[in-house]
Design a protein around this ligand. Sequence first.
Ligand code: NDP
Ligand code: KPL
Length: 309
Amino acid sequence: MKMCVLGAGALGCAIGGVLTEDGHEVWLVNRGQAHVDAMRQAGLTLREDGKDRQVAVHAATRCQDIGGTVDLVIVLVKSFHTREAIESARCIVGPHTVVLSLQNGLGHEDVLADVVGREHVLAGKTYAGGVMLAPGQVLVGTQGKETLIGELDGALSGRVQAIAAAFNHAGLTTTVSDNILGSMWDKLLVNVATGALSGITGLPYGDLYAVPEVEACAVAAVAEAMAVAQAAGIQLATTEPRQAWVKAADGLPAAFKASMLQSLEKGSATEIDYVNGAVVRWGAKHGIPTPVNQALAACIKGIERRLPR
Ligand SMILES: NC(=O)C1=CN([C@@H]2O[C@H](COP(=O)(O)OP(=O)(O)OC[C@H]3O[C@@H](n4cnc5c(N)ncnc54)[C@H](OP(=O)(O)O)[C@@H]3O)[C@@H](O)[C@H]2O)C=CC1
Ligand SMILES: CC(C)(CO)C(=O)C(=O)O
């Protein structure tokens, strides 16, 4: 399959790297010249289980450099860059191209559909992870981590099954979901549990999980989000709020920092509007109060305001 990872940063390089190793023609598109130059010169370095391996990859700063359309675009820019990124990728979207977001949070599919047309768009979420170590080098956390993908209408189409088969063959444990909205909300609950609280406290997981008041707040935020999902008719696999809190730390070391904290430490904006902010918006639409998520979002917005501009 010919693919493009649009926004090949921490997670995009982890996923794009293993797909390349499995023989796919994968273009890693990232606007950062230093990162692209490093990948072109020395290949992409994947660090997994303490060992490094080099993968020869196609890397570009612009989709125009790919030459022609692709079968699959995997969107992995941060949420607030989605529109700009997909607009720059129109030249690689042909009549049969599928566009799949694996980003955290809610709302990306509408933005993608707006630009390329809803018929091109699949939805997805992943529990895989990646950390940028240096330009051209990423820490890969894909083994045993589930990815769920699906058609927006729940159809078990040939194209979604073909993509799942390709991902599975490459070692990305992937399931086709006939309830992708539910799967997306299950992942949202995981991010609601720890994202904002990590960002506000500045704590890595080992310390975050040692504070009972933090856990109580996380569980309350997830409970609100579950009430919103229920009012919106979303079918969740999560049956009680604490599951999301436990799942958020599954297999991660004590030193792990949630992506929201990593963003703030880099001086970047966070995806709060697409995570707790999405819960607040959906809550308002369905008449469910969301004071905990509102407070968490407000605190992160305040912290973002302090960042140097
Ligand atoms: N990292 C992880 O473990 C996980 C991440 N996710 C989700 O995946 C998404 C990506 O996260 P992550 O990989 O951590 O983020 P990164 O910031 O590491 O990667 C995104 C990259 O996309 C680049 N970019 C932004 N706009 C464009 C553009 N128009 N064209 C090309 N490149 C662009 C960014 O450049 P610049 O830095 O200049 O903005 C950045 O290098 C997020 O939604 C996140 O929530 C989900 C699960 C786990
Ligand atoms: C790793 C995980 C699942 C939970 O912290 C995550 O998605 C994030 O940090 O954004």
